[in-house]
Design a protein around this ligand. Structure first.
Ligand code: ADP
Ligand code: MG
Length: 649
């Protein structure tokens, strides 16, 4: 009989990276910067930091290993702690926004790329680290791209720092060129052939097609788990429901189908489930976002179903609006997804799109995030690191100058930069807040009206998004009535505040949540985030009011101080136009404002489904705009008739 830890040690020795251990350590010893390239699942993330620890790199500093995704940072740290038989948070820890699971004894720290960027702000030398591993570099997140520029510079300045850039089998040569011709260390992977199938004609409903494919595999194909790539949490949840109801109809002769979701917001206890071995005789189907493309490896997958799409932030510098949109993946991503089927045995990949579409409609590579998002936060961070000349910053792929200029304009409108482009006092305080500059502005502003507590609470509720209210299909009426009882006439912001404060009065009870059709888990997350925001406020010496704010309208005004970009006015029956640029938008049906249709509204975000909807909207006063954003709106924007006067496009 073997104990669990022995089994884990055996598994470690079977990973492809293990055979390269000594060669790899020699290469790291001999070079300041090393590019490591290897198939997903070869052991880069979990093993390389351990090897470095084993040979003594942690004697004079910590090892940082960055991950683009929160889930990956947490799950990998948990795995490594298990392999080393230590408690998570002791020698092995992780740090993600709003959650620090490390201690004095931590020597290997898995962290999101965003958190390392924050550490750069506190200590530009990263003096507590002996090794920095920028992992999953091929993902090219905004934060990773910025880290490249900073770390390249730091490696020149610090002789005792080792830098490892690791990626799946993509882009290695490009990284090598960028990092002054650093050598590439390839980890030979094992990969079994994967047969790829396409649909004969385009599918109108890819969810339905995915469900049917899962069931067909389950009923007709030999043992082996299934991985389905979908685009987001809501889609995964509804696919989960459909699959559950369909499998009930299959009868008892068919083996059990275990359905497991994985996406970034999934609570950590649920994340662990996808790694548990599938019981004998059953089959596992994992419903995943592109998180399972390279960041997490699930063993035992033989079948992959790929919908060919993913959700991406997309920023339009002309309108200044950022939204999440569903877009086709790239060919490189499609190949990565297919590859997930060939790790343990020959596999099959079912693409829910046509071969023609693969050949003609998919781009070769994904567009790096830096070229498709709002750069506000990054500009603040770089400016506070003393980097003034952003146009000449050494980007691997520079952002569009239009986007950069737009970010500078946004920060200027918020009052974070002066007219020479330098950080203002306000901007410096805002940079210390690891949140969107619009939100940090709200928090700074709220101090003036002693409503920081309310603003932080609402911000926390907004950040758990649309998962607060719970609407079971058999109790829709009860749920909607319960929801009505929280409604505030001023809009969704204060409605969310009502939910939170009543829950607080009920001593954060789970029973209260159940009785009011509120998701307990989301509320706990909001509570956590609120506490973090309050801590951060204390760090930058913002007083958080203990007494309720006297004039509740000032809460909305505070939000408006950061979100004046997001305001709209009623144009005609149900149709709104944004104040800037007169873009057509609608109130989201989930809003308490949906029926009332006030003249002026401020919204938290736009979501694109059949139309562009404003999610989380509140009544505002048009007078605030000239006061809060004197440089941003022209008199024509604010003139009531301006929309009518505008020429037809
Ligand atoms: P790479 O970074 O090269 O993609 P990893 O180091 O992430 O590879 O994975 C190596 C092995 O560790 C894989 O077989 C994977 O299944 C396993 N593994 C990683 N994280 C976990 C976890 N949280 N639980 C169980 N196994 C894990
Ligand atoms: Mg990895």
């Amino acid at each position: 009989r073997f104990s669990k830890a022995d089994r884990l040690q055996d598994e470690r020795c079977e990973l492809p990276v293990f055979k390269q251990r000594d060669k790899l350590l020699t290469a790291i010893r001999d070079h300041k910067i090393l590019i490591v390239e290897g198939e997903t699942g070869s052991g880069k993330t979990t093993q390389i930091p351990q090897y470095l620890h084993e040979v003594g790199y942690t004697k004079y500093g910590k090892i940082a290993c960055t991950q683009p995704r929160r889930v990956a940072a947490m799950s990998v740290a948990a795995r490594v702690a298990q392999e080393m038989r230590v408690k998570l948070g002791h020698e092995i820890g992780y740090s993600i926004r709003f959650e620090d699971c490390t201690s004095e004894t931590t020597v290997i720290k898995y962290m999101t790329d965003g958190m390392l960027l924050r550490e750069f702000m506190m200590d530009p030398e990263l003096s507590s680290y002996s090794v920095v591993m920028i992992d999953e570099a091929h993902e090219r997140t905004l934060h990773t791209d910025i880290l490249f520029g900073l770390i390249k510079d730091l490696a020149r300045a610090r002789n005792n720092l080792k830098v490892i850039i690791s990626s799946a089998t993509m882009d290695a040569e490009k990284f090598a060129r960028y990092f002054d011709n650093a050598p590439i260390f390839g980890i030979p992977g094992r990969r079994f052939p994967v047969d790829v199938f396409y649909t004969k004609s385009p599918e109108a409903d890819y969810i339905e097609a995915a469900v049917i494919t899962v069931l067909q595999i389950h009923v007709t194909q030999p043992a082996g788990d299934i991985l389905v790539f979908l685009t987001g949490q809501e889609e995964i949840e509804s696919t989960h429901d459909i699959l559950l109801s369909r499998t009930r109809g299959l009868g008892t002769k068919i083996p059990e189908l275990i359905i497991l979701p994985i996406y970034s917001n999934l609570p950590s206890e649920m994340q662990a489930k996808i790694f548990e071995p599938t019981p004998e005789g059953a089959r596992k189907v994992v419903l995943a976002t592109n998180i399972a493309e390279t960041s997490v490896t699930i063993d035992g997958i033989i079948y992959v179903i790929d919908c060919g799409l993913c959700k991406e932030t997309c920023y339009n510098p002309r309108t200044g609006m950022e939204s999440l949109v569903i877009v086709p993946i790239s060919k490189a991503s499609a190949r990565q997804r297919a590859g997930r089927a060939g790790r343990v045995a020959p596999g099959k990949c079912f693409r829910i799109y046509t071969l023609w579409s693969y050949d003609n409609e998919l781009e070769e590579n994904p567009v790096p995030e830096i070229q498709r998002c709002n750069l506000g936060n990054v500009v603040l961070i770089l400016k506070s690191l003393g980097i003034e000349d952003l146009v000449h910053f050494d980007f691997l792929d520079p952002p569009a100058s239009e986007t950069l200029i737009r970010a500078l304009e946004e920060l200027y409108a918020l009052g974070a930069l002066n007219d020479e482009g330098q950080l203002t006092k306000l901007g410096r305080r805002m940079a210390e807040f690891p949140v969107d500059p619009k939100l940090s502005k709200c928090i700074m502003y709220s101090e003036k009206y002693s409503c920081t507590n309310e603003v932080a609470t609402i911000a926390a509720m907004l950040s758990v998004g649309n998962s607060v209210f719970f609407r079971p299909k058999d109790k829709i009426m009860h749920a909607d009535n319960a929801r009505m009882s929280f409604s505030c006439r001023d809009g969704d912001h204060l409605t969310l505040f009502n939910v939170y404060s009543q829950w607080e009065e009920a001593n954060f009870s789970s029973i209260w949540c159940r009785d009011h059709f509120i998701q307990y888990r989301s509320m706990n997350k909001a509570r956590d985030i609120k506490e973090q925001l309050v801590d951060l406020c204390e760090r930058v010496e913002i007083i958080v009011n203990k007494e309720p704010c006297k004039d509740i309208k000032m809460v909305i005004k505070s939000f408006c101080s950061g979100y004046f970009f997001n305001c709209a006015r009623l144009h005609k029956s149900g149709i709104y136009k944004t104040v800037k640029n007169a873009h057509t938008v609608f109130i989201h049906p989930s809003s308490v404002m949906f029926k009332e249709m006030p003249k002026w509204v401020m919204y938290h975000e736009l979501v694109l489904t059949s139309k562009e909807f404003m999610r989380h909207a509140s009544i505002m006063s048009s007078q605030w705009l000239t006061e809060l954003a004197p440089h941003y709106f022209s008199s024509q924007d604010l003139d009531d008739d301006s929309i009518k006067k505008m020429p037809k496009p």
